[in-house]
Design a binder for this molecule. Structure first.
Ligand SMILES: [Zn+2]
Length: 323
């Protein structure tokens, strides 16, 4: 009887000790996961899909915020100081954040600017919203899925360099993600094929389809938003209405992040549909809360509005790898 009591006390102590050790290990693991700081939601989501459960990814530009005018908050300094790797889109999209990061990051922490690594400078695009004379190129590379496949490879390689012990996991995650991107890329081509040739034209408010259009056989007729992100002037509005009438596009597009009264007015006067739901940096709600989900939503909206068949997006897997 006495022995049994002693042994159950011993079991209890052993159990408590094991629980304590387990808690310590779990706490240590989450502390030891490399901290990767990212910027806009699509980039954050792409990094999460490749890093999976092995990295802690913190995006500092809140979802649905205008990433072009975003200025980091004083509270972001602490986050950036703790970073083991900083991943941004680049091409000057996140200039204030990059300037701050260079000042406050740990000396050994690398800053990876994806766009600057996948696209040679001679292929950077300048246009009405991003004029060459201001020196900042159009940064929206991630709407071109071929370029995002390039982003995936670069992110994978940098995560492996940062944390070689999880090399296999990063390789597997990147391969799964690349496969999903490949299917998305092919589906976008199919969507565009269903749009009557004469309608494969984009008039958008925010100028985010500059790298998308040439890949998928569309033409950007006009992007309305001026380079200082204000509303266009009356001359510009008249010019755009003429262009719409001349080219015969059936719909023009805006986004929720950039509400524009002028765009609605242009649509009324040009007698075309105005669809204000395209997105370049706000992810859709669950269950499609992913970069791939955002693109599937863009293509569904665009294809339907331009007279195509949005069934092209039906088979797209917008789920995330576990993270
Ligand atoms: Zn944008």
């Amino acid at each position: 009887m006495k022995n049994r009591a002693v042994s159950s006390i011993r079991d209890l102590c052993l159990g408590a000790l094991l629980l304590f050790l387990h808690t310590q290990v779990v706490a240590q693991t989450s502390q030891e996961r490399p901290k990767v700081i990212t910027t806009v939601s699509p980039i954050t989501n792409i990094v999460q899909n490749i890093g999976g459960i092995h990295v802690q990814v913190i995006g500092i530009v809140p979802d649905g915020t205008d990433s072009h005018t975003f200025e980091p908050l004083p509270s972001d300094i602490k986050t950036i100081q703790a970073a083991d790797l900083i991943i941004a889109n680049g091409l000057d999209l996140e200039l204030p954040t990059m300037n701050l990061a260079k000042k406050v990051k740990k000396p050994q922490t690398a800053i990876l600017q994806l766009g600057n690594n996948v696209l040679n400078e001679e292929d950077w695009q300048y246009d009405f919203s991003f004029p060459r004379e201001l020196g900042h190129p159009n940064p929206h590379l991630w709407l071109n899925i071929e370029l995002v496949m390039g982003y995936t490879d670069i992110i994978r390689d940098h995560l492996i360099a940062l944390n070689p012990s999880n090399k296999t996991a990063y390789q597997t995650n990147a391969a799964i993600y690349r496969d999903k991107l490949q299917k998305l890329d092919q589906a976008i081509f199919k969507c565009v094929e269903t749009i009557p040739q004469k309608n494969r034209k984009l008039v958008t408010y925010h100028d985010s389809f500059a790298y998308f259009a040439p890949r998928y056989g569309m033409t950007v007729i006009a992007a309305v938003q001026p380079s200082n992100f204000s509303e266009p002037g009356p001359q510009e509005v008249i010019h755009i209405i003429k262009q719409i009438n001349h080219t015969g596009v059936p719909a023009i597009f805006g986004s929720e992040v950039f509400p524009s009264k002028v765009m609605a007015q242009i649509a009324r006067e040009a007698k075309v549909k105005f669809v204000d739901q395209l997105s370049d940096d706000e992810l859709p709600p669950a269950p499609n809360n992913s970069f791939i989900g955002m693109m599937a939503s863009n293509l569904t909206i665009m294809t339907e509005a331009l007279g195509g068949d949005a069934a092209c997006m039906a088979g797209i897997d917008a789920s995330n790898n576990a993270f």
